[in-house]
Ligand binder design. Structure first.
Ligand SMILES: CC(C)(COP(=O)(O)OP(=O)(O)OC[C@H]1O[C@@H](n2cnc3c(N)ncnc32)[C@H](O)[C@@H]1OP(=O)(O)O)[C@@H](O)C(=O)NCCC(=O)NCCS
Length: 307
C-alpha cells in the first residue's frame, strides 16, 4: 500500500464493513466506527505491513498488519462486497504472513466476529485458533473530575529522558510476553498527535496506558479509547490498573470527552474483573484468535486490543 492508496483503501474498508454489519442480527444501527479512523497512523507506523489487492486498476481489498516486536497482528482486513468469495482475502493474507516471518514474529493474533463461521473458517486456514472473547467495555463519565497531574504524561517529559522511558516500557512489556514491544505504537501516537501515553511509577515503570483521542485516531468521536494498557508483574495489579483507569478518565474529562472505551481480553480474568468492578459495561464482544497458546496467563494485567 502506498500513501496515495490510503483514501481508496479506507473507502473499501468502510464499504465492506458497512455491508457486512447490515447483515448482523440484532445490531443497533449507528455511524460506522463512530468516527474512528484506522488507516493513516497505522500506515505511518508500519508501511511494509500494509497491503492492497487491485482489480482492473482499482483497489478492491486491503489489509493492515503490525509487528509489536514478537507479536504480529492484522486488521482491519476488507474486500469490496462485489469481489468477496473469490479468494482475495486469502491472497492478501499471503504477503501478510510473509511480513510476519520477515519480522520474526512468534505469536500471531487477530480479533474477529465470534458468531461468524466464515471468518473463523478463513483464519483457521492460516493457523489461527479460536481462544477467548475480548470484551469492548465502556463507561460514561459524570460529575466533576480533577485534572490529571502532567507528571504522568509522556508528552510532558523532557526530551532527554524519552529514550530511557522507551527502554523501560520495552522491558515492562517484554517481561509479560517475551519480545512484546509496543514502542512504535507509542511513537506513532505521539508523532501524529493522535493520543497520549500515561505512565506510573518511580524509576521503574509500574504501568502504562496508550490512549487514543479523537479526531483522526482509533477513538470514536466523544470517546477516549485505551489502545494498550499494562501493569508490571511486580505490582499489585488491581490497584495499579485502577489508578491507570482513573488517570485515563481524568485525561478524557480534561479534553472534554465524556466516555472511555476499554477493551479487555476475558482470558485475563483478574484484569477483566477489575475493569468491570470500576463501572465499565460490555458494549461488544469479539473473538481473539491466535497461532499458539502463548500469552494466556489469566493473571496478566494486559489490555491489548488487537483490532
Ligand atoms: C472477511 C472478508 C475480508 C473475506 O474476504 P473474501 O475475499 O471474501 O474471502 P476469501 O474469498 O479469500 O475466503 C473466504 C472463505 O470463507 C468461506 N466462507 C464463506 N462463507 C462461509 C460460511 N458461511 N461458512 C464457512 N465458510 C464460509 C469461503 O468458502 C472461503 O473459504 P474456502 O476458500 O476454504 O472455500 C470479506 O468478507 C469482508 O471484507 N468482510 C467485511 C469486513 C470484515 O468482516 N473484515 C474482517 C473482520 S475480522
Amino acid at each position: 500500500m502506498r500513501r496515495e492508496d490510503l483514501k481508496e483503501a479506507w473507502a473499501v474498508v468502510q464499504g465492506a464493513f458497512a455491508h457486512y454489519l447490515e447483515t448482523v442480527p440484532g445490531r443497533v444501527p449507528g455511524p460506522l466506527f463512530g468516527g474512528a479512523r484506522y488507516l493513516p497512523h497505522r500506515w505511518e507506523m508500519e508501511p511494509e505491513g500494509c497491503f492492497v489487492a487491485e482489480a482492473s486498476g482499482r483497489i478492491v481489498g486491503a489489509n493492515i498488519a503490525v509487528a509489536w516486536g514478537s507479536c504480529g497482528l492484522f486488521g482491519p482486513m476488507a474486500v469490496h462486497p462485489e469481489f468477496q468469495g473469490k479468494g482475495i482475502a486469502q491472497k492478501l493474507l499471503e504477503p501478510t504472513m510473509d511480513f510476519f516471518r520477515s519480522r520474526e514474529v512468534r505469536l500471531r493474533g487477530l480479533v474477529t466476529f465470534p458468531h461468524s463461521t466464515a471468518h473463523i473458517h478463513l483464519y483457521q486456514k492460516f493457523g489461527y485458533r479460536p481462544k477467548n472473547l475480548v470484551a469492548v467495555t465502556s463507561k460514561n463519565l459524570s460529575g466533576e473530575m480533577p485534572p490529571l497531574d502532567p507528571e504522568y504524561l509522556l508528552s510532558r517529559q523532557r526530551q532527554s529522558t524519552e529514550d530511557q522511558w522507551r527502554n523501560e516500557f520495552r522491558s515492562l512489556t517484554g517481561s509479560l510476553c517475551e519480545g512484546l514491544d509496543v514502542t512504535k505504537e507509542i511513537e506513532a501516537t505521539h508523532a501524529l498527535r493522535v493520543g497520549e501515553t500515561i505512565f506510573m511509577g518511580g524509576s521503574r515503570v509500574a504501568g502504562l496506558a496508550v490512549c487514543h483521542l479523537p479526531p483522526g485516531s482509533e477513538a470514536p468521536l466523544g470517546n477516549l479509547y485505551v489502545k494498550f494498557l499494562t501493569v508490571s508483574i511486580r505490582e499489585d495489579g488491581p490497584r495499579v490498573l485502577g489508578q491507570l483507569l482513573e488517570a485515563c478518565e481524568r485525561l478524557a474529562w480534561s479534553r472534554g470527552l465524556r466516555r472511555v472505551i476499554v477493551p479487555v481480553y476475558t482470558g485475563y480474568w483478574a484484569a477483566y474483573q477489575t475493569v468491570l468492578a470500576r463501572g465499565y459495561t460490555i458494549e461488544r464482544l469479539l473473538l481473539r484468535m491466535k497461532s499458539s497458546d502463548e500469552g494466556e496467563d489469566p493473571r496478566l494485567f494486559l489490555l491489548d486490543d488487537w483490532r
